[in-house]
Design a protein around this ligand. Structure first.
Ligand SMILES: Nc1ncnc2c1ncn2[C@@H]1O[C@H](COP(=O)(O)OP(=O)(O)O)[C@@H](O)[C@H]1O
Ligand SMILES: Cc1ncc(COP(=O)(O)O)c(N)n1
Length: 269
């Protein structure tokens, strides 16, 4: 039977992150991708020039159109932008019993720039995170959600435990923005098991879309029937490969390569 996933996220015109990364990731996993757009960013490898939010009702309608007709086995949320959209998504999660639910709490870019306002952060904590199967904060998001500094592995563990108390069933603190040997080390906590996930460090400046790709791959693996920890381990391997085949396009931070190791040039030329 065809497995189906839903992404609720923003568009990245440069094609590296957001909905574009999510749908490619679902397709790589042979999972049919459905989507609900929250906002449209004018974005490239250098930066974000403009963000246009969709009305919350438009987000609700997209989710309703999908779920009213198509059963989905895995859901992820990405850039939700503002408190009203977060509220609409939380209501839809309740109404349609959207599970398993991966919440990528997109708040701060890899470069440390805050992407959503303080009211939206409060809504995320109160309304959406308690409904999540797992959430995937990066280093800076983990700092905001836990109120703790995150500079060492012990601090990553402490932050994961603190964030777990927000009511999510699992937390993956991602280490892409950690320094030195910790770069690429993630920490998983589900209330019982604390697991440190490591991979090779890929020495590339082209890391745009790593977080989106990881959470989409986890949602795809959950849709395929895996339980959370194996779903995360498999997803991490996928991201490491995608980083190894990252695309040096544009003048800035290029995107990870979702399909490139697999597509034979002869198939497309
Ligand atoms: N240079 C790297 N080498 C290996 N893994 C990396 C690297 N950068 C990021 N990752 C991994 O990519 C995933 C996404 O993490 P991160 O980049 O921190 O998220 P975000 O894009 O949300 O800031 C994590 O599993 C992280 O460990
Ligand atoms: C529309 C959109 N969504 C999410 C991100 C975060 O991207 P990353 O995966 O690099 O953290 C982004 N830059 N743009």
């Amino acid at each position: 039977m065809t497995k189906i996933a839903l992404t609720i996220a923003g568009s990245d015109s440069g094609g590296g992150a957001g909905i574009q990364a999510d749908l490619r990731t679902f397709a790589f996993h042979c999972v049919h991708g459905t989507s609900a757009l929250t906002c449209v960013t004018a974005q490239n490898t250098v930066g974000v020039d403009r963000v246009d939010a969709l009305p919350p009702e438009a987000v609700t309608a997209q989710i309703g159109a999908v779920l009213g007709d198509i059963a989905v086995q895995g859901v992820k949320t990405g850039m939700l932008l503002n408190a009203e959209i977060i509220e609409a998504v939380a209501e839809a999660v309740e109404k349609w019993k959207l599970t398993p639910l991966v919440v990528d709490p997109v708040m701060v870019s890899r470069t440390g720039v805050q992407l959503i306002d303080d009211r939206a952060i409060a809504q995320l904590k109160q309304k959406l995170i308690p409904k999540a199967t797992l959430i995937t904060p990066n280093r800076y998001e983990a700092q905001i959600l836990s109120g703790l500094a995150v500079n060492t592995i012990e601090e990553m563990k402490a932050a994961a435990k603190k964030i777990y108390q927000l009511g999510t069933s699992g937390v993956l603190v991602k280490g892409g923005a950690m320094q030195g040997a910790l770069r690429g080390t993630d920490v998983w906590f589900d209330g019982q098991t604390l697991e440190i996930l490591t991979s090779e460090i890929v020495d590339t400046p082209h890391t745009h879309g790593t977080g989106c790709t990881l959470s989409a791959a986890i949602a795809a693996n959950l849709a395929l029937g895996k339980s959370p920890l194996p779903a995360i381990q498999q997803a991490k391997k996928y991201v490491t490969t995608a980083l190894n085949y990252a695309l040096a396009i544009g003048r800035g931070t290029g995107p990870v390569g979702h399909f490139f190791p697999l597509v034979q040039r002869s198939m497309v030329e």
